[in-house]
Design a protein around this ligand. Structure first.
Ligand SMILES: Cc1cc2nc3c(=O)[nH]c(=O)nc-3n(C[C@H](O)[C@H](O)[C@H](O)COP(=O)(O)OP(=O)(O)OC[C@H]3O[C@@H](n4cnc5c(N)ncnc54)[C@H](O)[C@@H]3O)c2cc1C
Length: 387
């Protein structure tokens, strides 16, 4: 019914796998231990054109769909890598592509496709408002030919390895709009111009080796033509990109899930205790089998979401459910993999604990599991809105 692995998708898988073979487990382990950024990997992925997959050909990209893009990110994670270092560009690009002016698209997209500019960051979350996005306090006030930005953001990823950031700020105070989702706008911020000139970046040490930061805006001035689309419609524009983002994250979780299951199965076959492989015990093999079933089931929902999105059909329900199922499945597979490895699961050299931390993030970011459940309850089951 939906696009499963066709020859074209297999070719993408092979291409990404071949690139990833140059960035093996030892590479990712070393990056993690040093809390470094995988610059060589990101450069290689960019130069090979994979990050420009969804940029239309007229702007220098490959003009592929969400289906193909999801396979790229899935394969990176399945090979033991971490797409969290690069995925921002795939979905931030949609916002620019869908809502940017022709002049913005013509200027930025070819440079992004060629790897001259990175659009890896999106600044939405704030420390005091969290998931309640319409209450954000960061403001952008128009003054002549510029906007002046004040406020604070938290958990804004890849800022130190990006040239551009999409920023959500309030342009009309909350008490002056009819609906709380109105009066917010998005801007394309040149990070090199901004940092040190009104924008301060404070890195956040965290459980995953994820480059993420607190941002402080103190009268940051940006040109008025940094505005994307119409003033006041930014929240809707951000929502527009969420189905793609959720589907891509689901694919990454599926890649993680498959990595964990393969790793657990290999270990269960080879580790002998009490004179036989541990995988001969049902107590070991059943949880691995269960995790496999759950990853495969989540994958079906991911294909449904890709199919709907690429064919211009409403994809909200499938994208949210795919993200939920895949994040749950990869987390369960991670836990099973760790348990199968016993004490060795905790040793860095087995890579399980690193991938375990990495996949755990997707229960919380970019959208927490509870908020997906709220979406399904309200929008699919017509239950009363809970917040
Ligand atoms: C490593 C990392 C990278 C990130 N990168 C980015 C980024 O690049 N850009 C960006 O803008 N943000 C980013 N985020 C932020 C992320 O999107 C948020 O952390 C996430 O959306 C949850 O928001 P919060 O942390 O403010 O939690 P809160 O909103 O404070 O919620 C805390 C908990 O309460 C639950 N909760 C809240 N309200 C309800 C409710 N009504 N019903 C049920 N449960 C509820 C939530 O599900 C959550 O589990 C990142 C976060 C992390 C950890």
């Amino acid at each position: 019914m939906f696009a499963h692995d066709t020859e074209a998708l297999e070719a993408i898988r092979d291409g990404v796998r071949s690139l990833c073979s140059h960035f093996d487990a030892a590479y990712w382990r070393s990056i993690d231990e040093r809390r470094a950024f995988p610059e060589e990997f990101v450069t290689a992925l960019t130069e090979a054109g994979w990050l420009a997959a969804m940029i239309p050909e007229e702007y220098g990209g490959s003009g592929l769909g969400l289906t193909e893009a999801s396979v790229i990110l899935e394969e990176v994670n399945r090979c033991g890598g971490n797409s969290g270092t690069v995925h921002g560009q795939m979905y931030n690009m949609f916002t620019l592509l869908r809502h940017g002016s022709e002049a913005q698209k013509q200027y930025f997209l070819p440079k992004i496709a060629a790897g001259e500019l990175r659009l890896q960051s999106m600044g939405v979350t704030e420390p005091t408002t969290g998931t309640d996005t319409t209450k954000i306090k960061t403001t952008a006030v128009r003054q002549g030919d510029k906007y002046v930005i004040n406020g604070q953001k938290v958990w804004i990823s890849r800022i130190q390895h990006s040239d551009l950031m999409i920023l959500l700020a309030r342009t009309t105070p909350l008490d002056q709009v009819q609906r709380k989702s109105e009066g917010m706008s998005i801007f394309l911020v040149d990070l090199h111009e901004a940092i040190g000139n009104g924008l301060t970046v404070q890195p956040i040490a965290n459980m995953v080796n994820h480059e993420t930061n607190e941002l402080f805006f103190d009268n940051l001035e940006i040109p008025a033509d940094s505005l994307i689309g119409e003033e006041g419609k930014g929240f809707r524009y951000i929502l527009d990109g969420l189905n793609a983002e959720r589907t891509l994250i689901a694919a990454e979780c599926i890649g993680d899930g498959r990595w964990f299951i393969e790793k657990a199965s290999d270990y269960a076959r080879s580790r002998e205790v009490f004179g036989r492989p541990i995988g001969q015990n049902q107590g070991i093999q059943f949880p691995i089998a269960q995790a496999h079933i759950e990853v495969e089931a989540a994958d079906l929902m991911r294909w449904r979401a890709c199919h709907e999105y690429d064919n211009g059909l409403p994809a909200g329900a499938s994208a949210n459910m795919a993200k939920y199922l895949a994040a749950e499945a990869s987390w369960k597979a991670a836990n099973v993999c760790l348990q199968t490895h016993g004490g060795f699961g905790f040793a860095s050299e087995y890579d399980v604990e690193r991938k375990f931390r990495e996949t755990r993030l997707y229960q919380v970011a970019p959208i927490s599991t509870n908020l997906i459940l709220s979406y399904v309850a309200e929008h699919l089951l017509e239950l009363p809105r809970s917040f």
